[in-house]
Write a new protein. Structure first.
Length: 94
């Protein structure tokens, strides 16, 4: 595991969706899909649960081995949400 958690964000065609590329292994599955925060809280992996309990503004989450696709709630501000995601991921991995 790297001693640093590097996160790069990528905008998408949908203004409510961003991709976070992360230099840590996020899942052993091909894909984890959570259509709601409630689903993530109930059925999510430890990483997903750490993120959704620590970060406000997530509406849905898809996790692939090296990136996450985040859908925000309509009132969430991307800058705040991404900063909170960075903090939650660093806390989880470090």
């Amino acid at each position: 595991m790297s001693e640093y958690v590097i996160i790069e964000t990528e905008a998408t065609d949908n203004p409510d969706v961003r991709v976070l590329h992360i230099n840590q292994p996020l899942t052993l599955e091909d894909e984890e899909v959570y259509d709601s925060v409630q689903a993530a809280e109930e059925d999510g992996s430890p990483l997903v649960q750490a993120v959704v309990f620590a970060v406000d503004g997530i509406a849905a989450l898809t996790v692939r081995p090296d990136y996450m696709v985040i859908t925000r709630q309509p009132d969430a501000i991307w800058e705040v949400l991404v900063d909170d995601m960075r903090d939650a991921l660093r806390d989880f991995f470090l």
